[in-house]
Design a protein around this ligand. Structure first.
Ligand SMILES: N[C@@H](CCC(=O)N[C@@H](CS)C(=O)NCC(=O)O)C(=O)O
Length: 245
C-alpha cells in the first residue's frame, strides 16, 4: 500500500487474545487482514490481487504473463521456503549473541531482567530448538537452502534492478519482508529497536557475497516504505484514502 500510495491505518495484533478479533472480522486467525469499507480480505496474495483490481495504479502483480508467473511463484517461495528456514536459524543467532537477544527488549526493561535473559545458557536454546523439531540436522539443511536461495537471488539481481524486471512487484515485497529474519534493516521502517537493526544471522547477514541482495533490500525499503506511521485518511492530491473502521 505504501508502494501504491494508498493511505491506510495499521493495527498490530497481539498473538493469542488479539487473534479473537481477527477471527471475528475475517473468519480465520492469521494476519494480514485488509478491511476496506465493507470488504474484508485475508491472505497476502488475495490482498495484493484485491488491491490491484480495486486500485490499479502501480500494479504489484505484473500484467505481463512471465513476470506475473514469476512474481506469484517467488511470493510463495518466500513464504514457504525462506521464512521457515530463516526462523530456524534465528533461534541459533539468539543462542550465540547475548546482545542480539537482549536488544529486542523494550528500552525501559530493568537491567536485572536483561541480565537474566542475557544469561540463559545456550543449552536452553538447544533444548527449545530440539523441542520444536529444530535439531542440528534441520539447522544444517536450513542453512544449505538459504545459501542457495541467496545465491539465486544475487544472480537474478545482477541482471535487473528488481526480481522480475525494472519495477518492484509482489515478489520483491515478499522476499524483502522474508529477509528481515536474515538481517534486520537499518532505518525506521519497522518498529524494531535500533540496537538490533543491521544485525542478523551470522554467516548470512555479514556475508559479503550477499551484499548485493541486502543492498537491493535496503534500497527497496528506502524507496517504497513510508517511515512515518500511517494515519487514517488524507485530503487533496495525497494518496488515495481507504476508509477503515
Ligand atoms: N499465507 C498467509 C500466511 C499468513 C501468516 O503466516 N501469518 C502469520 C504471521 S506472518 C500469522 O498470522 N501467524 C499467527 C498464527 O498462525 O496463529 C499469507 O500470506 O497471508
Amino acid at each position: 500500500m505504501d508502494y501504491k500510495g494508498i493511505d491506510y491505518r495499521k493495527i498490530d495484533v497481539t498473538p493469542g487474545m488479539g487473534q479473537v478479533d481477527v477471527y471475528r472480522l475475517s473468519g480465520q486467525r492469521q494476519v494480514p487482514v485488509l478491511k476496506d469499507g465493507e470488504q474484508v480480505i485475508s491472505d497476502s496474495t488475495a490482498i495484493a490481487k484485491y488491491l490491484d483490481e480495486t486500485y490499479p495504479i502501480k500494479p504489484v502483480i505484473p500484467l505481463e504473463v512471465k513476470a506475473k508467473g514469476l512474481s506469484l511463484m517467488m511470493e510463495e517461495w518466500a513464504d514457504e521456503a525462506i521464512v521457515p528456514n530463516a526462523r530456524k536459524l534465528v533461534l541459533l543467532a539468539l543462542r550465540g549473541d547475548t546482545e542480539f537477544r537482549t536488544g529486542w527488549l523494550p528500552s525501559g526493561t530493568p537491567d536485572i531482567v536483561k541480565n537474566i535473559i542475557g544469561s540463559v545458557p545456550g543449552e536452553v536454546f538447544d533444548a527449545v530448538g530440539a523441542g520444536v523439531g529444530v535439531g542440528p540436522d534441520a539447522i544444517a539443511a536450513a542453512k544449505r537452502s538459504l545459501h542457495q536461495d541467496l545465491e539465486s537471488l544475487c544472480l537474478i539481481l545482477s541482471d535487473s534492478p528488481y526480481l522480475t524486471g525494472n519495477e518492484p512487484t509482489l515478489a520483491d515485497f515478499a522476499v524483502a519482508s522474508a529477509s528481515i529474519y536474515l538481517k534486520i534493516p537499518r532505518g525506521n521502517y519497522l518498529d524494531i529497536p535500533s540496537s538490533v537493526q543491521g544485525r542478523g544471522i551470522p554467516g548470512i547477514a555479514d556475508n559479503l557475497d550477499y551484499a548485493p541482495f541486502f543492498e537491493w533490500r535496503d534500497r527497496l525499503y528506502a524507496e517504497v516504505r513510508s517511515t512515518t506511521p500511517p494515519s487514517g485518511g488524507s485530503a487533496g492530491d495525497g494518496p488515495t484514502p481507504i476508509t477503515i473502521d
